[in-house]
Unconditional design. Structure first.
Length: 435
């Protein structure tokens, strides 16, 4: 049992540097975690231990693999704390005895006795009706540890135009990449270009867990070749298997009423899926695993079929083509459907559409029209509502600041002016900075 230190050691900056140097060459997770936590110190961690130098830290971490695992779980907890809900009783209860609870989790992983706990499930209605499972805090920590351990290796092997849940990417990046592809194919809007948009029907609910596990395990085995497979490798395999094959519907606690599920299609509910099928949408691991699951699709479209102007955000993807290429890509839609069938998936025919680029293409809540990007209709409506509520004192002005920050990436000057004019506010449009 580590011994508490009565006096904190060094400054937060020194502690962070000490931890970084000690872990840098010992863990795949170390560097990304420190980059994510560059503004935090690790005084809590080393304040709990009598460690006052880099040499002591390195020696303690090298002495026992359990110590390294505890340090990594501590980093994972800090990441989960940043991205999670800190006001829940579950979170506060864990943090009241942080190190004791982290050591229990570490020992459960070390002894292959870890099993996911039971969480909660509820339905949200904004922007659409959707079922959300929320894992307990201890499991969210484990999810961050798994992703932190494998993601750097996995991310380097994904195609560039896969946007979801990746560092320096996301929805805005995906929107700008669509604009890039449109301008490239159309020769800066001098030629006709078409955007073929495809969507996978009930993606998360139709993921085959055995196929997913094989895909993730294949990457782990390459990341850790036989000569580098230590205890940590086997713990990682065990943890991934527990996460992938866990059935969160067993013993789940319901939040809300059964009426909330009324009108929710079967292919949108994990409750309605057969054994071994479906993946929780809300877990941190789900976004990473979903990228790994569809990476073969990305490679099939870009390498086998040869469509270079392609991009995907989760289950929503596009191919930008010239007018001459349009018949070929229409034929290849069937090939994409056949490929997806091998993974238990299918295209949503209602959402398959071909749009002439100059008319404007809706993607990830925005509209891309030539050189310009506009916020989508739903975002504009929500912005008008937020402006009104702030004007009458029902909302904090920070809400408007948040929208303006988002709109700074769009061509939204006229939209902002109209919304402000309705409540009698003045607005000056800055063409250089858009807002």
């Amino acid at each position: 049992m580590p011994v508490k230190n009565e006096t904190p050691v060094k400054t937060k900056k020194d502690i962070r540097k000490m931890m970084e140097r000690a872990l840098k060459t010992m863990s795949e997770m170390g560097k990304p975690a420190f980059e994510a936590l560059k503004n935090d110190g690790y005084q809590d961690f080393f304040g709990y231990l009598r460690i006052n130098s880099d040499e002591e830290a390195s020696e303690w971490l090298r002495k026992d693999g359990r110590n390294l695992l505890l340090a990594e779980l501590y980093i994972a907890e800090r990441l989960a704390r940043k991205g999670g809900k800190r006001k829940t009783m579950d979170t506060h209860g864990f943090e009241m005895n942080l190190f004791e609870n982290l050591m229990r989790l570490r020992d459960a992983l070390w002894d292959a006795e870890y099993y996911p706990s039971r969480g909660t499930v509820h339905v949200i209605f904004d922007p659409v009706q959707r079922e959300i499972f929320a894992a307990p805090y201890v499991d969210r920590i484990l999810h961050h540890w798994v992703v932190g351990t494998i993601m750097k290796w996995q991310d380097s092997r994904l195609i560039f135009d896969s946007y979801s849940c990746r560092k320096n990417k996301g929805t805005l990046f995906g929107i700008k990449r669509l604009r890039h592809h449109i301008l490239s194919v159309s020769d800066n809007m001098r030629k006709r270009a078409y955007v073929v948009q495809l969507d996978i029907s009930g993606y998360f609910m139709h993921i085959q867990r055995d196929v997913l596990y094989r895909r993730v395990l294949e990457g782990i085995n390459k990341q850790f070749p036989p000569k580098k497979r230590d205890k940590r490798y086997f713990i990682l395999r065990w943890a991934v298997r527990r996460v992938v094959f866990d059935d969160p519907t067993e013993g789940v606690r319901l939040q809300g009423t059964y009426a909330d599920w009324r009108g929710l299609p079967d292919d949108k509910s994990l409750m309605m899926q057969p054994p071994g099928q479906g993946m929780v949408i809300g877990n941190y691991t789900s976004q990473t695993f979903s990228n790994i699951y569809l990476d073969p699709l990305d490679r099939f479209i870009t390498m086998t079929l040869g469509w270079k102007h392609y991009g995907r955000y989760v289950d929503d993807f596009f191919i930008v083509v010239t007018e001459e290429e349009l018949p070929s890509v229409r034929r290849d839609i069937q090939a994409i459907q056949d490929f997806l069938a091998g993974y238990g998936l299918s295209l949503n025919k209602k959402k398959t559409k071909v749009t002439e680029a100059h008319k404007g293409v809706k993607f990830l809540g925005a509209v891309v029209r030539g050189f310009y990007i506009y916020p989508g209709k739903r975002i504009v409506q929500n912005f008008h509502e937020a402006v009104y509520k702030v004007a009458v004192g029902e909302e904090d002005p920070d809400v408007i600041v948040s929208y303006l920050g988002m709109f700074s990436h769009y061509d939204a000057g006229k939209i902002i002016r109209r919304a402000f004019a309705k409540v009698g506010w003045d607005y000056v449009y800055d063409k250089k900075h858009k807002i």
